[in-house]
Design a protein around this ligand. Sequence first.
Ligand code: IVH
Length: 692
Amino acid sequence: MLECVFNEHSDSLTLPQELRTMNAEQAKARIVSLTEQLNHYNYQYYQESQSPVSDQEFDFLLKELEALEQQYPAYKLAESPTQRVGGTITKEFATVVHRFPMLSLGNTYSEEEIREFDQRVRKTLGHEQIDYVCELKFDGVAVSLTYQNGVLVQAATRGDGERGDDITTNVKTIRTVPLRITGNDIPEWIEVRGEAFLPLSSFEEINKEREENGEALLANPRNAASGTIKMQDSGVVAKRKLDCYLYSLTGDKLPFTTHEQSLQWLTSKGFKVSDSWRKCSRIEDIMDFIHHWEKNKHTLPLAIDGIVIKVNKFDWQQELGFTAKSPRWAISYKYQAEKAETTLLSVEYQVGRTGAVTPVANLKPVVLAGTTVKRASLHNANEIERLDLHLLDEVSVEKGGEIIPKVTAVVVAKRKPHAQKVIFPAACPECGSTLVRQEGEAAYYCPNDKGCAPQVKGKLEHYIHRKAMNIDGLGAETIDLLYQKGMVNTPDQLYDLRYEDLIKLDRFADKSVKNLIDGIEKSKQIPFKYVLFALGIRHVGATIAEKLVDAYPSIDLLMAAKEEELVAVPEIGGRIARSVKEYFDNADHLRIIAGLRKAGVQLERSAADAPKAGLSNKLEGLTFVVSGVFTQYDREELKDLIVQHGGKIASGVSGKTSYLVAGENMGPSKLEKAQSLGVKIIDEKAFAEMID
Ligand code: IVH
């Protein structure tokens, strides 16, 4: 095995000597074999839970492949595992028109209606003996995958059912989605549909990290999955660890007669099909399936919201047909969300570091889905109003896919006489300032960001956090003390703290003071992207801060950016752009930044943190086809140069080709096609001038 030198802070790879001396043919063969080997390991790891090689070995091989592909982009295969790591940015997703509309399912919460469905099916078909396939109803986001001659060529969201978004690069990062399927029974065209989802463990991991980062939590795994699948940076999608269960197959001249066979075929081709499906011939078997999963759904690695019952025979599906919105051959039975009733003891209003005021219900403890619940979210003032909440009300608490239970209803009949209505406060419970609400936002905010204790302390705690400035020797208790003593109100004032002042404080001894001063001093070396996150600009989490720094490598450039320029940055929408602008329009914030600058905190990206650029971006946005033999360059070298200068390489001439770089003895068909499409044809000399 060859080891590549990989620099974590850049995208570049240094090839070992052996690779650099490989000729094109050898490189091509190595690319093919590495691709096959890594895809096989991937399959074993993700589908069969086996680890034939160590993570380190896998990474070495992947990096070797990456390096070879960088050097010989033309040999990169459609199923290359390097696509799994993402990295492409999609500012706007292209629209995909579904060949067959993506319909929804009729659903019911009643077992009686399932029995009626079965009777309807039997009556319409005139058969007593009907086989059904029962499946789980996965709670994620529907995706459609198109394979042409076995290669994944397109992935799309459901959208409005007729048209969805092209999310191919994002879906390619899902390790269990095959990039290519093989065998001598692969139809020219197939469409596989299924549900992309965030496993509960990944969902909890992400939320834990977001909580630590002081970022808003994702409400539930479904929202998290649909938000992730539409992210602009596929590199971020790759890190989120989405997964995908497939449950339907359509295609040209498929040899199957039943849904069961198509599921078996999908499984045999390496698609991830949940093995929870069962063929049921009697209504009682369907009921057993329903009850079994209602009881055991907590054992699953993902959220489900019910089950789906499908007529097994394709002929019969066709005979039953569709209504305008859904098939008549399938129905879903939805599980009631897990609920409990309890008494509302009081409502507490918490003020966060951004000033947002969140109402929280204190409840008489009650067991719900296996855990004791004492507090539940009330979201915002609108929700309190909608529930018409009164103190000591009997309330219904639900745990949907959400981690935090919520109050969903009031049992009005059980309301105590003269119960006191819950009124969202007009003033901040911490500092008394009149609360404000921004247009289009549900939350009320306390505007007193300079004088409201939880906001001031919350911002300081955020600044020193491990994921932000990571200041050792400083924790919430010390922040509280420094704030109480009037020594620190804003992050820049941390840098004015002196040994003489700190040693006078209770709880501080020589060692702890030195530790603290040392920690503060060290934070001056923390890279700019962490500093930007540490400032605590509303809606700017760690990832967004990184994106902003990629586009604006210094605080001065960021401060000068216009709102419309900010929204052009990947992942930055109007809400974030406005928040950034507002932050820098505030004189107090400018004072903090001036203080940080004076202290020597990093307010620009250092050269070491800058992504290593290619040679230039002179060819950005241009697509080249290279053909023939050249004198000045080896053909592969020429292709390499195109990539290093930001251009793209295509194998065939099309309307999208910008230039055909023509060498000696090139094929006449490429030349003719380029001429007929009006593609510019250049020789190697003209190319050399372009990149000079
Ligand atoms: S079959 C014609 N099977 O439910 C509809 N759908 O309400 C074909 N879903 O958008 C869908 N698990 O995203 C089917 N085992 C399953 C499913 C499933 C989840 C979702 C799917 C669809 C929605 C329909």
